[in-house]
Design a protein around this ligand. Structure first.
Ligand code: CA
Length: 487
């Protein structure tokens, strides 16, 4: 018996570094408000989203992350008033259940945003807390008689912690009653069939206290996994690589922020300032593996808070947008794509601008622009039009996601950067369970012909911007911006 227990422990220990093995490699971030309207009020909802799930599945996504879906006074819903309900703008609980059932039918896992750093100031807990000093909910928040950094004043003269804005009072996460509430919320949605959570603002749980945040996240991870062992939790730790690596001690996954955005690794490689682009990409692959290889990374190009990648890269250059998608999709881990990026939607300046309605077919069918939008512009054609064009940004994304699904070595193999004949060409070998895959990326403006390492005889995949790759007699012809996969 003891032997068996030890053997089991050993297996568990060995399995720990590849905690993502059973995980989904391609995720899609959806803002329900702006995605698809199903009832004619031009605000996105679960009926509309359910109708579009075939699109999500056909694109090659195995999972979706929904931005907050609970009742909230704001359009973005990052200030929750009821953690156990669906915002009426998005439909009913039955609509959500129908969405979840259809998603699971298609093999799509669903994670929802869990916002527990703060509630809405309209949440009944907070309303009770400020109306009655004897309220048990007073201890759910942090009050102070004196002014403090990050605190706002109430009409009665006292102060409450609200780091983001005064309408988002911070919860007191040290209160066991608050933790019990969070456990109950997590259990409610996991029991309903939700597959996990995206955790908002994890670095703000305890301001300037990384170890307390990590401890809280460990508790949350243990709590959720005890309810549903295969649930997926991923945190928003908007920090540098080394800080993210520290947060991984909690056992969760974290978005790999340094890859994303205008100033991120991929945009910088594609910018004018970086020479030796192939070598630079190889350095990024090695750095990510060194710092995060034992965890499940989650590279992405942008999300609802960042300048859209098409805006960041200059949206007049679709080749660059494709290449950015190609470089992101060759990285290890769970790739997240923000809705609309696959058709080159733009958005910068304020938040609503980054969250515009999905352009499915005709302009008149686009959902209402979120409040605060200043300008409406879609530089590239609709989903319907792009699906018809082989060379569209959308079809490039489809091809990239399909490769990640067909060749799990891309997302899960251990990468080794091989010597390259050219500084703008990158050769990465990925190995897993005795299998290997060679990824060759030509970041030069010229087509390249190069000898491939011994043993690679078959071209198993190809992402093309300017033309097709070809392999003949150990020589690979790779057009400019092309990515070839060999086995
Ligand atoms: Ca609607």
């Amino acid at each position: 018996m003891l032997k068996r227990v030890l053997a089991l422990l050993l297996i568990l220990t060995l399995a720990a570094p590849c905690a993502g093995a059973e995980m989904v490699d391609n995720w899609y971030e959806i803002f329900v408000y702006s995605f698809a309207d199903g009832d004619g009020d031009r605000i996105g909802d679960f009926k509309g989203l359910t109708e579009r799930l075939d699109y999500v599945s056909d694109m090659g996504f195995g999972g979706v992350w929904l931005m907050p879906i609970h009742p909230s006074p704001s359009y973005h819903k990052y200030d929750v008033t009821d953690y156990y309900a669906i915002d009426p703008q998005y439909g009913t609980l039955d609509d959500f259940r129908a969405f979840l059932a259809r998603a699971h039918e298609l093999g799509i896992r669903v994670i929802i945003d869990l916002v527990v750093n703060h509630t809405s100031n309209e949440h009944p807990w907070f309303q009770s807390a400020i109306k009655d000093e004897a309220s048990p909910y007073r201890a759910y928040y942090n009050f102070s008689a004196e002014a403090k950094a990050g605190y706002n004043q109430l009409p009665d003269g006292s102060y409450f912690e609200s780091r983001f804005v005064s309408t988002m009072p911070d919860l007191n996460l040290d209160n066991p009653d608050v933790r019990a509430e969070i456990e109950s919320i997590v259990r409610y949605w996991l029991d309903m069939g939700v597959d996990g959570f995206r955790l908002d603002a994890v670095t703000s749980y305890y301001t300037n206290n990384k170890s307390a945040n990590i401890a809280f996240l460990s508790w949350l991870n243990d709590t959720a996994k005890a309810i549903k062992p295969d649930c997926f939790l991923i945190g928003e730790c908007w920090e540098d690589l080394y800080t993210i690596a520290d947060y991984c001690e909690s056992g969760l996954s974290f978005f790999t922020f340094p890859v994303a955005q205008g100033g991120g690794y991929i945009a910088r490689i594609l910018g004018a300032d970086v020479e030796n682009k192939g070598e630079s990409y190889g350095n990024v692959v090695e750095l990510l593996w060194r710092e995060l290889g034992e965890t499940t990374m989650a590279p992405f190009l942008g999300n609802h808070d960042t300048v859209r990648i098409a805006s960041a890269l200059g949206h007049t250059v679709p080749a660059k947008l494709k290449l950015a998608a190609g470089l992101a999709s060759m990285l290890n881990g769970c790739l997240f794509v923000y809705y609309g990026d696959e058709i080159g939607m733009i958005g910068s300046e304020n938040d609503p601008q980054k969250r515009l309605g999905m352009f499915w077919d005709e302009r008149k069918n686009i959902t209402l622009a979120p409040p605060g939008t200043q300008m409406l512009e879609y530089p590239f054609p609709s989903v319907a039009e792009q699906l018809e064009r082989d060379s569209s940004i959308l079809n490039y994304y489809r091809a990239a996601l399909a490769l990640r699904n067909e060749l799990p070595l891309i997302a899960r193999g251990e990468p080794t950067v091989l010597e390259s004949p050219h500084k703008d060409v990158c050769l990465i070998e990925k190995t897993l369970d005795g299998e290997r895959l060679l990824i060759v990326i030509n970041l030069a403006v010229d087509d390249m012909t190069l000898a491939v390492p011994d043993g690679y005889t078959t071209l198993v995949g190809d992402l093309e911007v300017w033309g097709q790759a070809a392999l003949e007699d150990g020589e690979l012809f790779l057009p400019s911006y092309g990515i070839a996969l060999l086995q």
